[in-house]
Ligand binder design. Structure first.
Ligand code: 6PG
Length: 222
């Protein structure tokens, strides 16, 4: 269905994500943002795993205060990181005084970390993933692992993993939920050149709810 990837159509993406993480040991993970990610993290937190030895990164971040409701780090801290006792959290916001400086420092942190065990990604309705937006120059970045980016169609300046950073992952997990993602997912399956379709890594898994692939049910992210 998607070249080089395994696709699981599931009734509950958040539960499937929590189960997938629960079934494997990992020492490093890059988290995502958005409503689907929030539901996933709440479900992982409900299992109360011990992440005291896990190093947490963010695959992308909006350039806002961590206290902002728009912060991906803030989302992860509120829903997951405190509950699981994550003490090795690599903050994007704390990496620099502006997005460009933070991206440069974060690039070094990610490079020094080597291959991450897990990278969690979402899918935007325009086919973006992380903050790799359609038409962005970041899509053609082949050297740096992290860049500052952004466009008029998406709020806030961003700091994002590039494809080389994602490709270092041992496992990439996409979580996609909601009928509004059907068009974007269909474009990925059709092999269209949307940002999410360019993702390659050692292992790529898609957890997709049924409303994305059919009208059987319209399970919304809680
Ligand atoms: C972000 C995310 C972004 C997100 C997708 C899906 O910072 O917004 O990293 O890539 O994962 O846009 O978001 P939803 O699950 O909210 O649709």
């Amino acid at each position: 269905m998607i070249r080089g990837a395994r696709v699981d159509v599931v009734d509950d993406v958040a539960a499937a994500f929590a189960t997938l993480l629960g079934d494997r040991s990992f020492a490093s993970i890059a988290l995502s943002g958005g409503d689907t990610a929030r539901a996933c993290y709440e479900r992982v937190a409900a299992r109360a795993p011990d992440w005291s030895d896990v190093t947490v990164f963010f695959g992308d971040e909006r350039w806002v205060e961590v206290s902002s409701p728009e912060s991906n780090e803030g989302l992860a801290r509120r829903t997951l990181l405190t509950v699981v006792g994550a003490s090795h959290v690599q903050s994007v916001r704390d990496a620099g005084t502006d997005a460009v400086r933070a991206a440069a420092r974060y690039d070094a942190l990610v490079r020094d970390a080597g291959a991450l065990d897990v990278v969690h990604l979402g899918l935007g309705d325009d086919g973006h993933t992380a903050s790799l937006f359609p038409g962005s120059v970041a899509l053609d970045e082949h050297d740096r692992l992290v860049v500052a980016t952004g466009d008029d169609a998406h709020p806030y300046e961003r700091v994002t993993f590039t494809y080389p950073a994602i490709a270092r992952a041992r496992l990439v997990v996409f979580t996609v939920a909601g009928r509004d993602k059907r068009a974007a997912f269909t474009r990925v399956v059709a092999g269209e050149d949307v940002p999410a379709a360019r993702v390659r890594a050692h292992e790529v898994r898609w957890l997709v709810d049924r409303s994305v692939v059919s009208d059987e049910s319209d399970t919304r992210v809680a």
